[in-house]
Design a protein around this ligand. Structure first.
Ligand code: ASP
Length: 437
């Protein structure tokens, strides 16, 4: 058994958290490769080291003093080293980094130092080899990840290294400069390492015990999701339920490696397993989760005999394309077509879009319905369970919630309903309660 374990910023925010991490890593000898984030927030008012670093970058760019913020960053690391009782110093590193920032080092380099320094301490504390991400994570000329080269080099380096700590979030580009992934990108590094070494499992340790069936800010104490498929995850993440960087899924999914979301503060919890194909576990809730998003506008286009007019849909969508607007969903009837877009995307151009649609497709009517919310009921269990849609609609009808639109994808793992934004929370609660007693 071989596990790659990634710890997020809150799991490595201070010395106490480092100790929890070490206990987790050391409790199983299969946890051989550890990917680390920069120190995160210790409490809700605290700041992430990555954010502090970015502030120093900005200050240096504006030719302002970085001393105070930089000192706060150093203190975070000094506290961790001291709290762990390590005989170790990063003072030379601090001086080099400060110098680089003052000499206008690139934004990516500055942002990456949080992971670099934290990983040095963690490697020391665990007694593992430190393997720098700049030696094994590569970006191409366009700034995109060079997946092949990265895979080969991680494999190569780690083949002679039994236990290692690798900083997340960054790598190196073709010019030899540090480049980072987008925010939260340590998840991607973990996934790349897991795929390269052919891990049996990629454990992603964070501060929640996996994914929940619904947003806990909306539903009171929602149940955790024990197992979810990659496809279901995609549907729920699209609606905003996220525990993982979106790009982190691809490398492990391709390699057929499951991801296990775990809680550093509650390591006994099994967390959520993200798998290609669900095992034998019975989904007794029928649905896997419910999530949604507000800020949706529907453009309803109506025209008699639309169904027989070749190219009608294409022309409608072309208008959006010309304005650089992507559509979210496309529920349609016989003589009506509705295009759902985010209200933000058409904020500036809604007048122009409707005018152009009138011109290009000459519809009988065109109406914009704003302030809608989309809610997705997601579950692989729905395919084999009759009456799921009926249950959703009946439950909403009982609560007098007006469904403005329905969309069931051909995948049959989700049903999407559109309701008025003001009914958003009530809709999610109603659906959740219908399936979870
Ligand atoms: N430290 C980086 C961030 O705050 C990357 C990460 O934590 O995954 O976005």
């Amino acid at each position: 058994m071989l596990k790659v374990v990634k710890f997020g910023g809150s799991s490595l925010a201070d010395a106490d958290q480092f100790r929890k991490v070490a206990d987790i890593v050391k409790s199983e000898s299969s946890r051989r490769y550890v990917v680390a984030s920069a120190p995160g927030k210790r409490n809700s008012r605290d700041e992430k080291v990555t954010d502090l670093l970015l502030q120093t970058y900005k200050l240096a760019k504006d030719k302002k003093d970085i001393d105070e913020i930089f000192e706060r960053i150093c203190e975070r690391y000094r506290d961790i080293i001291k709290g762990l009782g390590l005989d170790y110093s990063l003072e030379d590193e601090f001086a080099n980094i400060k110098m680089a920032i003052l000499h206008r080092a690139g934004r990516n380099y500055v942002a990456s130092r949080g992971e670099y320094l934290n990983s040095r301490i963690l490697a020391k504390f665990l007694g593992f080899t430190f393997v720098d991400a700049e030696d094994c994570v590569f970006f191409d000329e366009k700034g995109e990840l060079d997946a092949e080269k990265t895979n080969a080099e991680i494999k190569n380096i780690l083949s002679v290294c039994e236990y290692a700590v690798i900083p997340g979030f960054y790598g190196i580009n073709t010019e030899g400069s540090i480049r980072t992934f987008s925010r939260g990108g340590s998840d991607i590094t973990g996934s790349l390492v897991a795929a390269a070494v052919g891990a049996d499992i990629y454990e992603n340790w964070t501060d929640v015990s996996g994914m929940l069936m619904a947003d806990p800010r909306i539903v009171d104490s929602p149940l955790p999701i024990p197992e979810i498929t990659y496809r279901e995850l995609r549907e729920l993440s699209y609606m905003g339920a996220s525990v993982l960087h979106e790009d982190a899924v691809f490398p492990v999914r391709k390699a057929g490696i499951p991801i296990n979301i775990r809680n550093t503060n509650s390591p006994a919890d099994p967390g959520t397993m993200i798998v290609s194909k669900a095992g034998t576990s019975i989904v007794d809730t029928v649905i896997t989760g419910v999530a949604g998003k507000k800020g949706i506008t529907a453009i309803h286009v109506e025209k008699d005999m639309m169904n027989s007019e070749v190219g009608f849909g294409r022309r409608v969508l072309e208008v959006l394309e010309n304005h650089g607007v992507a559509f979210e969903h496309l529920p349609s009837g016989i003589d009506t077509m509705s295009v759902l877009v985010t209200s933000k995307a058409i904020e500036e151009c809604k007048g122009a879009i409707t005018a152009e649609m009138v011109k290009t497709v000459n519809p009988d009517s065109i109406t914009l319905v704003e302030n809608l919310a989309l809610i997705a009921v997601v579950g692989r269990g729905m395919v084999n369970t009759e009456g799921t849609a009926a249950r959703v609609f009946t439950a909403l009808a009982k609560e007098k919630i007006n469904i403005r639109m329905i969309d069931q994808g051909s995948s049959e793992i989700n049903i999407i309903v559109a309701v008025e934004e003001k009914e958003y929370e009530k809709t999610i609660n109603t659906i959740y309660r219908e399936f979870v007693k």
